[in-house]
Design a protein around this ligand. Structure first.
Ligand SMILES: [Fe+2]
Ligand SMILES: [Fe+2]
Length: 289
């Protein structure tokens, strides 16, 4: 498969060349990242329920696109989980997901509130754009960093979907019959969503992915420690160019020039934050572009 191949929408796990799987090319740190990503992706139905509540008056087309988005995200979880089960026969996606789902239930999923936690539908779409900026750059980075050929293919397929999701939410943002948000509010929503990456979702997924159920008692969940390990893994995956792309996409969603000085400054800060948070635990960041 040539690098840089762009995959079309509408693929299914059956389209993946599973027969090319090469166990000798699986790296344990990458396997941990993939298990955690599978759990987060597999949680999509909860997001669909929440988004459909927020957008219930936004028209059939928007509701249908939210449902299709959710199907694609769940499929990402399925494909990543299947790969992780091949790489580690002791790992079971369904069982590990049940554990993750029991332990991670954000308040806005449980409530019946029809107003977005971001304050408005436009705010919600900016937050979704931030998430899709993150996932598209993350899977692009995994595609580039992975040695195992099937993982490379899956990451390439998922990255292409995530870029399309960004476009979908960006267009949905423009379509809302709400007044445009002032710049400071857009920025606040984006920064708020970025800092939420520190909440339990990613850290707890990483914990469930790396600590088997029968070791929970001896290795209890410690968010700060687990988050550090997860940052550490991210630092092995990301290159500066992926952080650049991520920052440019977030800038565009907020209404800032993606090529401007402010965006370049944000990129430098984000890259530095990632390295500091990882605490340089024996990881040498690849500083190549
Ligand atoms: Fe996804
Ligand atoms: Fe996505």
């Amino acid at each position: 498969m040539p690098d840089g191949k762009v995959y079309k929408q509408g693929w299914s796990p059956d389209d993946v060349g599973w027969e090319k799987f090469d166990a000798s090319k699986v790296e344990p740190w990458m396997l941990a990242a993939i298990k955690a990503a599978a759990l987060v992706e597999f949680n999509a139905p909860d997001y669909v329920t929440y988004l459909k509540r927020i957008f219930k008056d936004a028209g059939e087309e928007t509701i249908a696109s939210i449902e299709e988005w959710g199907r694609e995200e769940s499929q990402h979880g399925q494909s990543l989980g299947r790969w992780a089960e091949m790489a580690d026969p002791g790992f079971k996606l369904d069982e590990t997901f049940a554990r993750f789902h029991r332990g991670y239930r954000p308040a806005h999923f449980a409530s019946a509130d029809e107003i977005s936690v971001r304050g408005s539908r436009r705010g919600e779409m900016i937050a979704r754009c931030v998430v899709e900026s993150g996932t598209s750059s993350y899977y692009s980075a995994i595609k580039d960093a992975a040695n195992e050929p099937v993982l490379k293919e899956i990451a390439g397929r998922i990255a292409a979907d995530e870029f399309r999701h960004y476009r979908l939410f960006f267009e949905t943002l423009q379509k809302q019959d709400e007044p445009d948000l002032p710049f400071w509010k857009r920025l606040l929503v984006a920064v708020g969503r970025i800092t939420e990456s520190d909440d339990d979702e990613l850290a707890y997924a990483y914990y469930c992915a790396t600590v088997p159920a029968d070791q929970e008692a001896s290795t209890p969940y410690n968010r700060a420690e687990i988050a550090k390990a997860a940052y550490n893994t991210s630092l092995r995956i990301y290159r500066r160019r992926h952080i650049r792309k991520l920052t440019q996409m977030v800038a565009r969603a907020v209404g800032v020039n993606p090529q401007g000085a402010l965006t370049r400054l944000a990129e430098a800060l984000l890259w530095r934050m990632l390295r500091v948070r990882a605490g340089f635990l024996g990881v040498t960041a690849d500083t190549t572009a």
